[in-house]
Design a protein around this ligand. Structure first.
Ligand code: SF4
Length: 248
């Protein structure tokens, strides 16, 4: 596959529903593939023949374009949307799956896309080496911390620490999905890691969503917030807002 072409899942316009940029309208470019297998994952990130692309921003009507998708195709699509409605979109969100699995392509894409709109990367925070050359081209990183209490596999603390150290060279926020099973000890580890690796970074606790509702008790959620705050005061609780707005 040429280095200018990416395996994509979908391209659409919507409202960012998570973490620091919540409420902003973005153009989402969702890349295929992931290196993790979180128990709560709701994204089918497998590679496919066609990527679905929204016909016009907010139309909810999609057409298929063949994978892999070239930089020329994606840049002209995004430019056309921005030219048609200047100011409507805050930024472009590179999301997944795990976008950094296609980091060599993104390294070519990022300078071109960033000429059109600021660039936001949503990532599971485990691919530090892939991130490093890309950091100068990113305006914002939303990094997930994958807690074992909700993913069902051991928290990759070492990978997260290395990632956060590099991500802190630009603006970064840390998000962790939490649930009823999440122990206070995980929150202590989370708060301590962010305080040590990137003290200016905000932490967002995202209560797990189940069938469109918050899937945990408010009492436990408040306990978890307090445990992070003891280590790192800059912590907020924000659920997945796009779910409540019935948006993609
Ligand atoms: S990192 Fe994200 S896309 Fe990958 S398995 Fe976990 S929730 Fe799904």
């Amino acid at each position: 596959m040429p280095c200018n072409d990416a395996q994509l899942l979908e391209v659409f316009s919507s409202i960012q529903g998570e973490a620091e940029l919540v409420g902003y309208r973005q153009i989402f470019i969702r890349l295929a593939g992931c290196n993790l297998h979180c128990a709560y994952c709701d994204t089918d990130y497998s590679l496919r023949e066609h990527c679905r692309v929204e016909d016009a921003p907010g139309s909810g009507q999609f057409r298929g374009i063949a994978n892999p998708v070239s930089l020329e195709v994606i840049a002209s699509l995004v430019s056309a949307w921005v030219d048609a409605s200047p100011g409507m979109h805050h930024s472009i969100s590179l999301t997944g799956g795990e976008p950094l699995l296609q980091a060599p392509v993104l390294l070519n894409w990022a300078p071109v896309l960033r000429e059109i709109l600021p660039l936001h990367l949503e990532t599971n925070g485990t691919c530090a080496a892939a991130l490093e050359p890309l950091v100068p081209h990113l305006d914002m990183i939303s990094m997930d911390v994958k807690l074992s209490s909700v993913t069902g596999v051991a928290t990759p603390w070492k990978l997260h620490r290395a990632f956060l150290e590099i991500a802190s060279r630009t603006k970064v926020c840390v998000k962790a999905v939490v649930g009823e099973e999440t122990p206070v000890e995980e929150m202590i580890d989370l708060g301590r890691m962010v305080r040590q690796m990137s003290p200016d970074t905000s932490v967002y606790l995202q209560p797990v969503t189940q069938q469109g509702k918050i899937g945990m008790s408010s009492n436990h959620l408040l306990c978890l917030q307090a445990a992070v705050a003891k280590q790192h005061a800059n912590v907020r609780v924000v659920p997945q807002m796009h779910v409540f707005m019935n948006l993609l």
